[in-house]
Design a protein around this ligand. Structure first.
Ligand SMILES: C[S@@+](CC[C@H](N)C(=O)[O-])C[C@H]1O[C@@H](n2cnc3c(N)ncnc32)[C@H](O)[C@@H]1O
Length: 306
């Protein structure tokens, strides 16, 4: 069973692997029966293994040894391996091999982002959105961008790098926005073009509106964050605000990451509350995140305001 993890990782850990962060193995998409609980991420020169169910230490030792051998054969340097144990809401990360720093700069499409591989469940960069950031790059020139649920501002960094006029980032968590600021600085970007609003979005509409109207809006809320956002209840409330925020012809990227809500949920809500937004299609899942059932994975829809 573990052989599949090694085979898939070996395909990606090649002598020409380069320095980009990427997901090496994505068991969560149910494409590898029996390995739904296993994820391997590559944050060069560190590996992170995330386990969503208990695995015996002996098995982890074997997996790590085999991964180190694969890297060795491909002349890829690994300085440390962190194993993240995720059981329910509790997350514990252990250094399993070598040492892994508290903070580390990784690259996606040539841009730098800080990650904190030992601190939180989410390390600081959502790799499954990387292809959407890349796809948006061509639309960014001179655009005024709104990044809702901005987290560490990866969309903002990419937008500014591709010529956006300005970006307003909103996230209720001031700590992630601080990391977002450091992400912009790591890329030597002009902070005068970037605004950080650390508010609960439902209390910040006026402020957000005042900095608009926006040519591009990215909306990537959590599925279910206790006390702050429950997709079924709160997504319609966000959608209803959109007409007040957009410039003519604006582009919208709407994300939904619930295994229990499908594409139709979001499309119906959009058609119901903002029929002037034309649905253009879905972004395909990131190639490193294969899904047996795309309706259960991350859904990213593309709209245009008419
Ligand atoms: C899925 S993450 C966004 C990921 C980001 N788009 C990226 O690609 O890096 C969701 C974010 O929503 C924020 N959040 C949750 N509820 C919120 C609310 N009611 N108002 C503002 N931000 C909220 C969380 O703090 C979290 O950073």
């Amino acid at each position: 069973m573990w052989q599949q993890v090694l085979t898939v990782c070996a395909e990606k850990l090649q002598p020409n692997t380069g320095l980009e962060a990427r997901r090496l193995f994505h068991g969560r998409g149910h494409c590898y029966p029996g390995l739904e609980h296993v994820v391997v991420n590559w944050y060069p020169p560190y590996l992170q293994i995330a386990l969503y169910a208990p695995v015996e230490s002996q098995q982890i030792n074997q997996l790590v040894r085999n991964l180190l051998d694969i890297a060795d054969r491909a002349a890829v340097q690994i300085d440390g391996v962190a194993v993240q144990f995720r059981e329910g809401r509790r997350t514990v990360t252990k250094e399993w091999h070598g040492s892994v720093p508290d903070e580390h700069l990784v690259h996606e499409h040539g841009l730098a982002y800080w990650i904190q591989p030992k601190r939180n469940q989410n390390v600081g960069l959502f790799l499954d959105m990387g292809h959407v950031r890349a796809a948006l790059a061509d639309n960014m020139q001179d655009a005024k961008v709104l990044n809702l649920f901005a987290y560490t501002c990866a969309f903002s960094v990419s937008a500014i790098a591709h010529g956006a006029h300005s970006v307003v980032n909103n996230d209720m968590n001031a700590n992630v926005l601080n990391l977002g600021k450091r992400n912009h600085l790591a890329n030597h970007q002009d902070m005068r073009r970037v605004r950080m609003l650390s508010h609960n979005v439902f209390k910040a509409w006026k402020k957000i509106r005042d900095y608009g109207p926006y040519d591009i809006i990215i909306c990537d809320p959590p599925t279910n964050q206790r006390g702050s956002f429950v997709a079924e209840k709160h997504y319609p409330q966000v959608i209803k605000q959109l007409p007040k925020l957009v410039a003519p012809g604006a582009k919208l990227v709407m994300c939904l990451n619930s295994p229990f809500l499908d594409n139709d949920f979001l499309r119906h809500q959009m058609a119901r509350w903002v029929p002037k937004f034309e649905y253009l299609g879905n972004y395909p899942p990131h190639p490193d995140f294969p899904e047996v059932d795309v309706e259960r994975g991350l859904k990213v829809q593309d709209y245009r305001f008419r």
